[in-house]
Design a protein around this ligand. Structure first.
Ligand code: ADP
Ligand code: MG
Length: 596
């Protein structure tokens, strides 16, 4: 499967115009119908999607009076042919779909031919448009405009403009009193519109977006084509060092591209978790759950990452005709896709060190709204990143960096200070680092996936230890004794609810930890936990209790050994409980804070 066969965005540049037609009733019936215009933001969504479908590279949105006075979307797309203008706002009139079969391989955002008809019916809609073909034929000919009110054409005229379309909507809901009454407060609607545009800008980094709300620039992107740059422009944050690129290809299933923000960017809301399927921003429960399954164990409770992922699937494996707003889709091979998403997110966050940078996202209505025209940028790195300091280039993986760390000293008998080859500083929590190393060792041993096939060795305790269980615990523990033996824990029933523990697992060097003996009651309880996750909980508990404690002096040699071991694990940046192991003071952080 070639890359381009997946890629909806590449389609716009090679677009062939198909003539406008009114869908036959049997086609129209197959389309999930519904009222698409619920609020001003839905108008913007439809107009912006039309502009994207028209192959626009520059999309300007203007909003006045929270959209109730005026909404205007101007694009530089292919424009509308003059002879098609009059029919364009009739229901089920579209240039994107001709037959029922077309629904199986859609490459456009729109396809039901309903939006302009719905908008024209409940507002005053003016379309000024010049087709790219007309422009080529006669450069002098001014463009045509038509105004609809309540669905009827009420005015027409001509005006000069280059190819593209300007759609202006005034007096929204003027003839729908019920909607008018429910229209939301200005702030809410403006923030909906801003969030919507943020999503499209993130979804289409190659398109330049500009949003002006009541004569203030609310959002502006350069259309650089680089997602990291776009995100920096959107949030006015020095994001370039904090974004981890994602590229996953699953043959015949899907491709996933995008960025996942460093753990310091995690927020309390899901607002910054953005998933696009073939260029369409979607909210699909199963896919959101898959993303969450990837990051939940690796971030503090209640936190959600900044994440922009593009999922590309073959159009025939995707059904977008599920919901009128088209934010729900159905995937043919959903389970494979969800597994790929979970793994993509997990793999990034497992490697993502914490950072001392404080990152505050602007609120839903941007605090940085500026008056026209002079845009002023907050955030030091925005322009720098626009010049190509791209997050993707020249970044060795976290494991590679750890392998090359040079320990400098130990702080508070708890933290290893180490210098990376690029002169940045890493702080390594010695307990959590060791905990991660031991946890992965136990997990490999336990699941029998140990590459070198070393038999499990157990460390015989100097004195066997007796533990007392509750009745239900005793039953569960009894059943699990063979599994515990597989981990190096020799345990037997000692009559009644007592158990005798003779040995504990050894660490990756085959050394036993007498330290564990003091925690056997707690460990036995976790081995008897009435939960499907008991095995993992036990492994976490075991690693926590055998790991180096804080308050232990480490020699230079011991620090080096620990760092080498950490470089070999799959998730060096987080301990098994999900807390950070590494804190990174980047070079640019030092430069910025010292004002070098
Ligand atoms: P749909 O997008 O589902 O086709 P719409 O009612 O949104 O339905 O638009 C109807 C048709 O109008 C589109 O199929 C397209 O041919 C044309 N159109 C609308 N907006 C634009 C635009 N900005 N540029 C070019 N053509 C447009
Ligand atoms: Mg449309």
């Amino acid at each position: 499967m070639s890359q381009s066969s997946y890629d909806i965005m590449s389609m716009h540049s090679t677009m062939q115009r198909t003539p406008l037609q009114t869908l036959a009733p049997e086609v129209a019936e197959r389309i999930a119908a519904g009222e698409v215009i619920e609020r001003p933001a839905s108008v913007i969504k439809e107009l912006v999607e039309n502009a994207l479908d028209a192959g626009a590279h520059d999309i300007r949105v203007e909003v006045r009076g929270s959209g109730m006075h005026l909404m205007r979307v101007t694009d530089d797309g292919c424009g509308i042919l003059e002879q098609e203008m009059e029919a364009i706002a009739r229901r089920h009139t579209t240039s994107k779909l001709t037959s029922v079969e077309d629904l199986d391989h859609l490459r456009t955002l729109g396809f039901r031919g309903e939006a302009l008809a719905s908008i024209a019916a409940i507002s005053e809609l003016t379309l000024l448009s010049r087709a790219i073909e007309t422009e080529a034929l006669d450069e002098e000919q001014p463009a045509l405009w038509l105004t609809w009110r309540g669905g009827e054409i009420v005015q027409r005229g001509r005006k000069a403009r280059p190819h593209g379309t300007t759609a202006t909507v005034r007096d929204l809901f003027y003839n729908v009193p019920v909607r008018l009454k429910f229209t939301h407060a200005t702030r809410t609607e403006n923030s909906h519109i801003t969030q919507l545009l943020q999503r499209y800008a993130a979804g289409y980094p190659g398109v330049r977006f500009n949003l002006v709300i009541d004569e203030h620039i609310a959002l502006q992107t350069s259309g650089s084509g680089d997602l990291a740059t776009t995100l920096a422009e959107l949030y006015h944050l020095p994001l370039n060092e904090l974004l981890h690129p994602v590229h996953v290809a699953r043959e015949q299933v899907c491709r996933i591209d995008g960025y996942i923000g460093n753990r310091v960017l995690a927020q309390n809301s899901r607002q910054y978790v953005m998933l696009f399927v073939n260029g369409r921003w979607v909210q699909v429960r199963a896919l959101q759950d898959a993303l969450e399954a990837g990051y939940r164990p690796l971030l503090p409770r209640g936190k959600h990452p900044l994440l922009v992922l593009h999922l590309h699937v073959m159009p025939e494996n995707l059904d977008v005709n599920v919901h009128p707003a088209k934010t729900e889709v159905r995937l043919l091979n959903e389970s494979e896709v969800t597994a790929a998403l979970t793994q993509a997110v997990r793999e990034v966050l497992e490697q993502s060190p914490a950072s001392p940078q404080e990152v505050q996202f602007p609120g839903p209505v941007l605090a940085s709204q500026r008056r026209l025209p002079g845009p002023r940028r907050r955030g030091l790195h925005v322009s720098e990143s626009a010049e190509g300091y791209k997050a993707e280039e020249a970044q060795p993986g976290t494991s590679e960096i750890i392998r090359q760390l040079r320990p400098l000293a130990q702080l508070q008998q708890a933290v290893i200070l180490a210098e990376a080859p690029d002169g940045s500083l890493y702080l390594v929590d010695q307990h959590r680092a060791h905990e991660r190393v031991i946890y992965e060792h136990f997990r490999r041993t336990y699941t029998g996936l140990r590459a070198d096939d070393v038999p499990v060795t157990a460390h015989l305790l100097l004195e066997p230890v007796i533990v007392e269980m509750k009745r239900y615990q005793a039953e569960l523990l009894e059943q699990r004794l063979p599994m515990l033996r597989g981990l190096g824990i020799e345990c037997e029933r000692f009559g009644g609810r007592s158990f005798l523990i003779r040995s504990v697992p050894t660490d990756e060097d085959g050394e036993g930890s007498e330290q564990l003996a003091a925690h056997l009651q707690e460990l036995a309880e976790s081995a008897a936990e009435d939960s499907p996750d008991w095995e993992d909980h036990l492994l976490i508990n075991l690693s926590c209790r055998s790991a180096l404690r804080r308050g232990r002096d480490l020699s230079m040699g011991e620090m080096t050994t620990l760092l080498k071991a950490l470089a070999n694990v799959t998730a060096p940046a987080v301990c098994p409980h999900g807390s950070p192991v590494l804190l990174h003071y980047s070079r640019s952080f030092l430069i910025e804070r010292f004002g070098w």
